[in-house]
Write a protein that binds this ligand. Structure first.
Ligand code: DX5
Ligand code: ZN
Length: 217
């Protein structure tokens, strides 16, 4: 049987002045989660929005809010993101000096904590943090922009992470972010993805209800 995953739609690259329309669209086509890409123009070469915007989205929707922090030194502003009430907050392993502190703080606040890895970052950096995380996000493009080409070696990286998850009998979600869509969903789910982030493939698809159904099975 086809494996299931949850779809988390990223609105990166969309017109943010019509956020209410995006939210309505996602709710109407049966999405359960929205992925908010916070970028600081420092950790990544793009700039998006901060905690006030995330909180406003959370207040306007029943979708689960999956906040992806692509910011340097997340320790410094973490509290403001925790206060947004996001359901998931993910920090980059490369950006946090005190990764364990970030994960623990997010979880102590009652939210789900994720750790993201850039394409060139080895899974080995997760060794010590893995028992504490609710989610690992594997970047399958270099973070910064939507609409980039999927890096194919990410599939093998996800499979190896999934093996490690089984070996250590852990229960975290595996998320993939970048260039994911219907063309690679089956392969990604087979490799162990349980949460698939998608921006351009979702927004370009003619039948968005079918897109959600196909991913979520
Ligand atoms: C990239 C972001 C992604 C991005 C995905 O840095 O983290 O969430 O929006 O966009 P697509 O699905 O178009 O690659
Ligand atoms: Zn993202």
């Amino acid at each position: 049987m086809e494996k299931r995953a949850t779809l988390s739609v990223s609105i990166l690259g969309s017109d943010l002045t019509i956020m209410d329309q995006h939210i309505k669209l996602l709710e109407d086509v049966g999405c359960r989660m929205i992925h908010l890409d916070v970028m600081d123009g420092h950790f990544v070469p793009n700039l998006t929005f901060g905690p006030d915007f995330v909180r406003n989205v959370k207040e306007r929707t029943r979708l689960l809010v999956d906040t992806h922090l692509m910011i340097s030194n997340p320790e410094q502003t973490l509290e403001s993101y925790i206060k947004t009430g996001s359901d998931y907050i993910t920090v980059h392993a490369e950006a946090a000096t005190h990764l364990h502190y970030c994960v623990k703080r997010i979880k102590d606040a009652g939210l789900k904590a994720g750790v993201a890895l850039n394409p060139a970052t080895s899974l080995s950096v997760l060794d010590e943090i893995l028992p504490f995380v609710d989610l690992v996000l594997i970047m399958s493009v270099n973070p910064g922009f939507s609409g980039q080409e999927f890096i194919k070696t990410s599939i093998d990286k996800i499979s190896r992470l999934n093996e490690e998850k089984k070996r250590r009998k852990l229960a975290f979600d595996i998320s993939v972010d970048g260039g994911a869509g219907l063309s690679n969903a089956a392969e990604l789910k087979k490799a162990g993805v349980s949460l698939m982030v998608s921006a351009s493939a979702f927004f370009k698809s003619a039948d968005k209800k079918a897109f959600v159904r196909e991913i979520e099975g």
